[in-house]
Design a protein around this ligand. Sequence first.
Ligand code: SF4
Length: 198
Amino acid sequence: MDLNKLHFKNFLPQLKEEGILLHTCCAPCAVEAVERLKENNIQTNLYFYNPNIFDKEEYLKRLGEVKRLATFYNLDLVEDIYDPESFLCQSKGLEQEPERGKRCFNCFKMRLEKLRAYAQDNKFRYTTSVLGVSRWKDFDQTVHASVVAFLGSTGTEYLPINWRKGGSELRRQDLIKEQKIYTQSFCGCPFSKKITEI
Ligand code: SF4
């Protein structure tokens, strides 16, 4: 698969037909994707499952910003459970991994598995995420995690949209400024926080 070809516009026929359930990790990563979806009249629902975010205060802050985004663009938002112990459990032995390493692969997979389950239960045909938007993330790794997470899924599919394609980064930065969106200084887990504090 040529990952460079995974441009938003190539998925428009499916998106226009069925809409999308968008896994949202945080508002700064989602805002430009949401604007593009709205501009193209795509039925969009936001889904928030991020047990990797520590501590609870930080989690609530990011969730609050996603709620603000949903209100601004008039979108429905589902908040799934916050179970940070599940994240810590699956990260055991991987604490020292660098960002973009095995711990991050598991972290993406875990969140996308939950997305798949929610989409199946609630009859969403298409899903995607903004997990690969940040330049600190490995977009290919998010796609590989989605392939594993959606193995054997029935009735729902993950569309591996590469939101970085299409000159969107400048627009994303503008929207963050315009809407005064909180931008965090670390990815989310305690291990990523430690690195920024060194
Ligand atoms: S660095 Fe980010 S993607 Fe990687 S495990 Fe931590 S929270 Fe998840």
